[in-house]
Design a protein around this ligand. Structure first.
Ligand code: ADP
Ligand code: ADP
Length: 232
């Protein structure tokens, strides 16, 4: 069973349809890249899955349970297996908190214990040794390190699904390769299901198991990375 399954999703902003009848799924250990030009609707899908925008139709199943059909008060718990990272590592970290407190945030939200150990493990997993980084503030980090902190915060609850919305958009070429390799490794080694959003088809081909191509709010092609040929 696919840990994340999106079925017939529709999202509107006012009267305009941004996402039209989109279906996709991600299995454990699989990296699916959603590619397409600016305005195609990629981020809207990420935001709908993460609960940041309300769809006007369709289903979002996590481990077979439809989030949209569940009572509001149950949704936070149902979203526990999902975590999201966004593209801008400068605006996504609170400047007044130390790295260890930032990474611990989802543990507080979901009332999970064993915080110090989980935070250290998450920092280790993204290649930031806790001894060196845990006490720093965001202004004491490079852009690439900030993005790794955002990734550690997403991994700290040991999620089944990671949604990464253009996680490399603000990074230079070397850091971009490091971050995408890390996402690939998390899928391969930890069995994470990764929904990766990018406008970079060449990079998507390099790291993805499957690719879904979006155009004007709809998926126009979907398949194994080596078979998806149409440039968005
Ligand atoms: P992508 O991530 O592929 O660049 P988006 O999902 O951000 O595309 O946007 C899809 C469409 O929805 C675009 O036409 C965009 O202008 C519109 N849109 C995105 N966010 C909003 C919003 N908060 N309010 C109104 N329209 C939006
Ligand atoms: P533990 O006490 O298990 O090591 P944390 O390192 O997450 O867990 O610290 C516990 C809490 O204390 C955090 O949730 C955080 O909000 C708060 N805290 C402690 N020191 C700081 C600090 N320097 N900056 C921000 N928050 C802090």
């Amino acid at each position: 069973m696919r840990v994340l399954e999106v079925q017939g999703l529709h999202v509107r902003y006012g009267k305009r349809a941004a996402v039209h009848d989109v279906s996709l799924g991600v299995a454990r250990g699989e990296l699916l890249s959603l590619v397409g030009g600016s305005g195609a609707g990629k981020s809207t899908i990420a935001h709908a899955v993460a609960g940041l925008v309300a769809p006007s139709g369709g289903a979002i199943l996590v481990n077979g349970v439809d989030l949209l059909a569940a009572p509001r008060r149950a949704q936070r718990a149902l979203r526990l297996p999902l975590q999201l990272i966004l593209q801008d590592p400068y605006s996504s970290l609170p400047n007044h908190l130390r790295v260890r407190s930032i990474v611990a945030e989802p543990l507080l939200v979901h009332r999970l214990g064993d915080r110090a150990r989980r935070v250290a493990a998450a920092l280790d997993a993204v290649g930031l040794p806790p001894r060196e980084f845990a006490e720093r503030y965001p202004h004491q980090l490079s852009g690439g390190q900030r993005q790794r902190v955002a990734l550690a915060r997403a991994l700290v609850t040991d999620p089944a699904v990671l949604i990464a919305d253009e996680p490399t958009a603000m990074l230079d070429a070397t850091l971009r390769a490091g971050m995408t390799d890390l996402l690939k490794r998390l899928a391969d080694e930890r069995g994470l299901a990764v929904l990766h959003i990018t406008h970079d088809l060449a990079m998507a081909r390099r790291i993805s198991d499957r690719i879904a191509v979006m155009h004007r709010g709809a998926i126009v092609e979907q398949g194994p990375a080596h078979q998806v040929l149409i440039a968005p």
